[in-house]
Design a protein around this ligand. Structure first.
Ligand SMILES: Nc1ncnc2c1ncn2[C@@H]1O[C@@H]2COP(=O)(O)O[C@H]2[C@H]1O
Length: 219
């Protein structure tokens, strides 16, 4: 594990070599298989997770069993800090949707890191503020926007994060199923299929080998 590698984690940026050495000593690496549940909403939580690679979904399940994806996480992201900080149950479920590697730091060791490195709590606050901002936008979108508009917002967010420029347009470099898009947008798989077909007909979207390509993303 190189210094350069650990630096990619937002939490550890700006740390010097010696400080990163200390962090290295307390992490445990774990690999989760595709579709493996990392933990469930309501579980007791005693560790924080840092994503090394893969794709990880944070979600909640409604009483009817329908899922709402709160966030998709990848390399450099962290999760599981809330139950540690407020001493409560896990506020959401977390699942690897591709094979994913994570570093795990247990509560006692993490508290030691927090007291030794005062910039880390500040960084966590920054992330929590960004997350609240995003959650507020989601509430606004769910309340006021049509399903089609919400799908466009989600596609733009995915393109922002995973977009790769191609001759045809902006390719979303992760394969996302219609069910998963439905969970992100807050609608059914069937509605997503209908809307994707609509966007393809309008030449706003291209589907190639199950990858989505945005055609008029500049607008
Ligand atoms: N709205 C959200 N967006 C992104 N991540 C979240 C959101 N809500 C909860 N999480 C993460 O999901 C984790 C579930 O376990 P914790 O409550 O310990 O910590 C939580 C956060 O790290």
């Amino acid at each position: 594990m190189s210094k350069k590698f650990l630096e990619q984690f937002f939490l550890f940026q700006e740390m010097n070599e010696k400080e990163l050495e200390e962090i290295k000593k307390i992490v445990t690496k774990k690999v989760y298989k595709k579709n493996e549940i990392i933990f469930l909403e309501g579980d007791l939580g005693d560790s924080i997770y840092l994503v090394l690679d893969g794709l990880i979904k944070v979600f909640r399940t409604g009483s009817t069993g329908r899922e709402k994806t709160l966030s998709l996480l990848g390399r450099g992201d962290f999760f599981g800090e809330m139950a540690l900080l407020d001493d409560n149950f896990r506020s959401a479920s977390v699942q690897a949707i591709k094979s994913s590697q994570v570093y795990i730091i247990d509560k006692v060791k993490f508290y030691k890191v927090l007291s030794d490195f005062p910039q880390i709590p500040l960084k966590i606050i920054v992330k929590l503020s960004q997350r609240l901002r995003k959650a507020n936008n989601q509430i606004k979108n769910l309340t006021f926007k049509s399903v089609r508009d919400r799908l466009e917002v989600v596609l733009l967010e995915l393109a922002n994060r995973y977009g790769e420029r191609r001759d045809e347009g902006l390719l979303i470099s992760k394969k996302i199923t219609h069910q998963e898009l439905g969970n992100l947008v807050g609608t059914t798989r069937e509605s997503i299929t209908k809307l994707i077909n609509e966007m393809v007909e309008e030449k706003k979207l291209l589907v190639k080998n199950r990858y989505l390509i945005l055609l008029d993303f500049d607008k």
